[in-house]
Write a protein that binds this ligand. Structure first.
Ligand SMILES: Cc1cc2nc3c(=O)[nH]c(=O)nc-3n(C[C@H](O)[C@H](O)[C@H](O)COP(=O)(O)OP(=O)(O)OC[C@H]3O[C@@H](n4cnc5c(N)ncnc54)[C@H](O)[C@@H]3O)c2cc1C
Length: 180
């Protein structure tokens, strides 16, 4: 009789594949995930849900600043937006965070947590925690730690571009306001 090293094999490490292998592993199945691109997360993470929501919110914020007068506020000069620069910066940090998670064997967790970085997570914590088969309180702690690490990495990126620690915080607030 044929023997197999794995109980479950999944091709594709997108939202569906990651959820399937994480679920299988949590039920004790020996699982294998095959991903051709070298990056876990699939469309949702890299080109779909997350980047599109970030762009939509950025565009919304920018459009609002064009309506200041309607609200009795003084008009402000609006220089052209270098959206590429904003996205490059955010993408660079997120790539580093993903590399850390992958190295720690937590790629599937990263896929679940990443939408929460930009405040775009549409699913209630309870639903995600249930899917990961961990208590909601544990999931909340994970989200908190993940955001702290994200903030730390952002600060490291920003620090060399400003002249004082106070400016790092100002810059961070401005960056988060632009992408959230
Ligand atoms: C612009 C945009 C916005 C979106 N917004 C939302 C949203 O707001 N909410 C929402 O729910 N959905 C959204 N989606 C849809 C969402 O991205 C998809 O439903 C989701 O990515 C599907 O996941 P998946 O795992 O089935 O496939 P994919 O994400 O496509 O993952 C497939 C994976 O399989 C790998 N693969 C393919 N062939 C092979 C092979 N032969 N061997 C090994 N690996 C392979 C690929 O490299 C990829 O990593 C959006 C999509 C787009 C394009």
């Amino acid at each position: 009789m044929a023997t197999y090293e794995y109980d479950l094999g999944v091709i594709g490490g997108g939202a569906a594949g990651l959820t399937a292998v994480a679920g299988g592993a949590q039920f004790g199945a020996r699982t294998i995930l095959i991903e051709k691109s070298g990056k876990l997360g699939g469309d949702c993470l890299h080109v779909g849900c997350v980047p599109s929501k970030t762009l939509i919110r950025t565009a919304g914020l920018w459009a609002q600043t064009g309506r200041l007068k309607e609200f009795g506020l003084p008009d402000v000069a609006r220089p052209p937006v270098d959206l590429g620069a904003v996205m490059d910066r955010v993408r660079g940090v997120i790539d580093r965070l993903q590399a850390q998670c992958d190295a720690e064997g937590k790629g599937h967790l990263f896929a679940e947590l990443r939408p929460l970085l930009s405040g775009d997570g549409e699913e209630p914590y309870e639903t995600v925690a249930r899917r990961l088969q961990i208590p909601k309180a544990t999931f909340k702690v994970l989200v908190h730690r993940f955001r702290q690490r994200y903030g730390q990495l952002l600060r490291e990126e920003i620090a060399p571009t400003v002249s004082s620690p106070e400016e790092v915080e100002d810059e961070l607030r401005a960056l988060l306001a632009a992408v959230n």
